[in-house]
Design a protein around this ligand. Structure first.
Ligand code: N2P
Length: 366
């Protein structure tokens, strides 16, 4: 009898618990840091009963490392169209999206989707989530105080010319920690092809980066960069557009006199698109498709853009975006700026090795 009671005590919770756990569907999301409105996650969970496990990365290199190893356990990832998404498509690491389960696909801007079709013919593997440029974040109050005639045109001279970097070093300079997202801009600034695989061009880019290396305070990932910009710890940085605009808004709210501005390189900026994608071995693709469909609703996309200050690819969301964000030409670049922008391609494998070695030397300063 005793033994029976003991057994029942041991078994009962085991019998009850797994059933409760099995009823809960979990969606594993791996997204960039500072790249969603948390209220959107809560709304999806409340509406569907699916629980979201949300992890973040802050560079493409981290994302690609995790996915290339396989069995990441993620259902949703958000790689940049080129090169990361392109390489994942080619490697068979993603699965085709089931459009029948994503009726809100019709809300996507066909012209923007066409821009990412080169690497994903027919847009089978990805939908644009958010997009933006790479440019300068400048703390105007500090830079103007230190150097009243500083060239604030958006030209990368401000940061990449060693004499300018030396002049601004005391107020804090930073470059985002990503070979993929920095080298195209540096090559373009040198007058080279932003996609160049020519070892001589890459050496020139390395030299340019090493020349400013002693003047840099940090080479952070995008999350740390955003925090450093918002706190006023750095006064000029090369990084992602919306991160600067988001940091500027945070700084304004903090009311400590940090006046940040995003400046886009006028001669042609690096333009990128981040894609919603589903790994080939995703544990729960059905929930992933439901999440993509949820995100592509105009009011949900508007909430995300209003919060993180990157434009999306759902035109019907635009009137619903917070006015200050909607009217900001840095968030929605004017046609003319887009006409000059370039979308880098995917470097050949040999060039990729050179680029990552170069980047390690830059990072370590040796
Ligand atoms: C994350 C910004 C990532 C945009 N805060 C780069 N594609």
């Amino acid at each position: 009898m005793h033994r029976f009671v003991l057994l029942a005590c041991l078994l009962l919770p085991a019998l009850l618990l797994p059933r409760a756990a099995a009823a809960e569907t979990v969606l594993n999301v791996y997204n960039w840091s500072d790249y969603i409105d948390p209220a959107v996650i809560a709304r999806f969970e409340a509406q569907t009963g699916i629980r979201i496990r949300y992890d973040v990365y802050d560079s493409l290199e981290t994302l690609e490392g995790k996915l290339s190893a396989g069995r990441s356990g993620y259902d949703i990832v958000v790689p940049t169209s080129e090169p990361t998404f392109a390489r994942l498509v080619r490697a068979g690491a993603l699965q085709p999206l089931d459009r029948a389960r994503i009726p809100n696909w019709r809300n996507l801007d066909p012209a923007l989707m066409q821009r990412v079709a080169a690497t994903d013919p027919g847009n089978r593997f990805g939908a644009i989530y958010l997009w933006g440029t790479v440019g300068l974040g400048v703390r105007l109050d500090r830079v103007r105080a230190l150097w009243p005639e500083a060239p604030l045109t958006g030209g990368l001279d401000l940061l990449l010319k060693p004499e300018n970097a030396a002049r601004l070093a005391s107020c804090g300079l930073a470059v985002i920690d990503s070979a993929t997202d920095v080298l195209p801009s540096v090559l373009a600034w040198l007058g080279k092809d932003p996609n160049s695989a020519d070892p001589a061009d890459l050496r020139a880019a390395e030299q340019a980066l090493l020349a400013i290396r002693p003047h840099l305070r940090a080479i952070p990932g995008s999350g740390a960069m955003l925090d450093m910009l918002a706190s006023g710890e750095i006064c000029a940085a090369l990084t992602y557009s919306g991160d600067v605009i988001q940091a500027a808004a945070r700084a304004r709210e903090a009311g400590k006199g940090v006046e940040l501005r995003y400046l886009v390189p006028p001669g042609g900026a690096h333009l990128w698109f981040d894609m919603l994608a589903v790994p080939a071995d995703a544990p729960n693709p059905a929930a992933a498709f439901a999440f993509i469909d949820f995100l592509l609703q105009p009011e949900i996309m508007a909430a995300i853009t209003s919060k993180v200050r990157y434009p999306n690819a759902v035109p019907a969301s635009r009137p619903l975006v917070a006015e200050a964000v909607r009217e900001d030409p840095n968030v929605y670049p004017p046609e003319a700026a887009l006409a000059h922008a370039f979308v880098p391609g995917t470097p050949a494998q040999g060039a990729e090795r050179l680029r990552s070695r170069l980047w390690n030397r830059f990072r370590t300063g040796r």
